[in-house]
Design a protein around this ligand. Structure first.
Ligand SMILES: [Zn+2]
Length: 441
């Protein structure tokens, strides 16, 4: 054995057990009460040990034209590791044809090479100008099996229109890939370029999300397929989906939300530095936040939508000058654990592994899985850490109920308190897993 983790409280299926983790060549070989003559022995000192987290919604080095998000794959991956995140899923640039799909895939593979955590990509489509069946077959041939679209951003030609969405759902049904959607009603978003950031909430109202989500759910009713709604922002939208299309949820229609919608409200747009809190969709009212908190059991996955910038990038009065997005990958687990304890763990591990063909390899501390896990020490603290490339974090000062002291990825001790040991992350794509009607999270 290469490594033995002793004296930990190992998380599994909502419970904790005093067990040892035996690791060899990056994989968990056994989880039991025996000892062994491992090359390295680590005493977990009775801390809780959770499976490495999967963040399914990350934008490292995202090129937005005037700005590029500041965390690249190295710095963002390092921040991830300090937050217990051992696998990230980033996005390929949006494309409208097959040649560009191949090009952006190769480019993103090269950009991701410095990542210390393991990684995978979603393909992204924009207002397609090609045969969609061929596009999807090419995507699956590249070993990608999730495809994201936008129902908005017609102003930058990223919107995919309804007839193409229906066709993509039929193809999702046919080939078993996951269709992901940024859901906001394009016609209900005001695109006046000279609006102050404090108006972000009224420019992109909740109703734009709710009406479009109901429309897409209706498309799923009619066409089939597997739809994954990224960054659901409001309890109102989730309530409406449950009421009108409840039987689709956790079967045909999956819901991701983000820590900021559980922790922040639109009050922050009225702060003098409110520009630092801008993202799309925006954070909502206190009442919507509370409703989302109550409906947490109906949220299937948590992703951060990590897209970080420097203060100086965001320091503008008008929305047209402010790149949208915030960081949060390092803080996401602690923020959500504070609210829900271990109930959040499956939504950040197993559920994502199942949706992305990583079951059996990622998301559990169990024999045969990659040796990805982190130590959690219960202790009330105020968030202040930020190991990424940016100079602020909106959660600084937020009270949480623990710290992440150590992170192991592929059996390597990458984070130990404040020290970081570099590692070369592995690309997890290239397989041809599909989802089907047996997928319940
Ligand atoms: Zn995003």
């Amino acid at each position: 054995m290469d490594l033995l983790i002793e004296n930990g409280l190992i998380y599994g299926d909502g419970e904790f057990h005093h067990q040892n983790i035996h690791v060899d060549q990056g994989k968990i070989v056994a989880v039991d009460n025996r000892g062994c003559n491992a090359g390295t022995r680590v005493d977990a000192q009775g801390k809780k040990i959770f499976p490495g987290l999967i963040d399914p919604h990350v934008h490292f080095s995202l090129n937005l034209g005037k700005h590029t998000s500041r965390d690249d794959f190295f710095h963002g991956g390092k921040a991830a590791a300090f937050g217990g995140v051992t696998t990230i899923i980033d996005f390929l640039d949006p494309v409208d044809n097959i040649d560009d799909l191949k090009t952006v895939y190769q480019r993103r593979l090269a950009e991701a090479k410095p990542s210390p955590v393991d990684y995978l990509f979603h393909a992204t489509i924009k207002n397609p100008k090609c045969d969609l069946d061929s596009f999807v077959k090419t995507m699956i041939g590249l070993g990608l099996h999730s495809l994201k679209l936008f129902t908005t951003y017609s102003d930058s030609n990223r919107r995919t229109y309804d007839e193409d969405i229906r066709e993509l759902l039929r193809l999702s049904e046919k080939y078993g890939f996951l269709l992901e959607a940024h859901i906001e009603n394009d016609a209900m978003i005001k695109n006046d370029p000279n609006v102050h950031f404090s108006e972000l909430g009224t420019m992109r109202p909740t109703g734009a999300e709710t009406t479009e989500a109901l429309k897409l759910a209706q498309f799923v009713e009619e066409e089939g397929g597997y739809l994954y709604m990224v960054h659901l922002s409001s309890g109102d939208t989730l309530e409406a989906l449950k009421k009108h299309h409840g039987h689709l949820l956790n079967n045909r229609f999956f819901i991701e939300s983000c820590p900021h919608y559980f922790h922040l409200t639109n009050e922050c747009f009225h702060r003098p530095d409110g520009y630092l809190y801008t993202m799309a969709p925006p954070v909502r009212s206190e009442a919507e936040k509370q409703k989302l908190r109550r409906l947490f059991p109906d949220v299937h996955t948590i992703g951060t939508d990590h897209c970080s910038f420097l203060k100086e990038d965001k320091h503008h009065a008008l929305l047209k000058d402010i790149p949208l997005g915030i960081g949060g990958i390092e803080q996401s687990f602690l923020l959500m654990h504070r609210l829900y304890g271990t109930d959040v763990v499956p939504k950040m591990t197993e559920h994502l592994a199942r949706l992305h063909g990583l079951e059996g390899r990622k998301g559990k501390i169990s024999a045969g899985y990659d040796a990805d896990f982190f130590f959690f020490e219960e202790e009330e603290q105020r968030l202040s850490t930020n190991h990424g490339a940016t100079d602020y974090n909106v959660y600084d000062g937020t009270v949480v109920d623990g710290t992440i002291t150590d992170t192991f990825i592929g059996g390597r001790h990458v984070v130990h308190h404040d020290s970081f040991h570099e590692r070369t992350g592995r690309y997890l794509g290239g397989h041809h897993e599909i989802i089907d009607q047996r997928t319940h999270l």
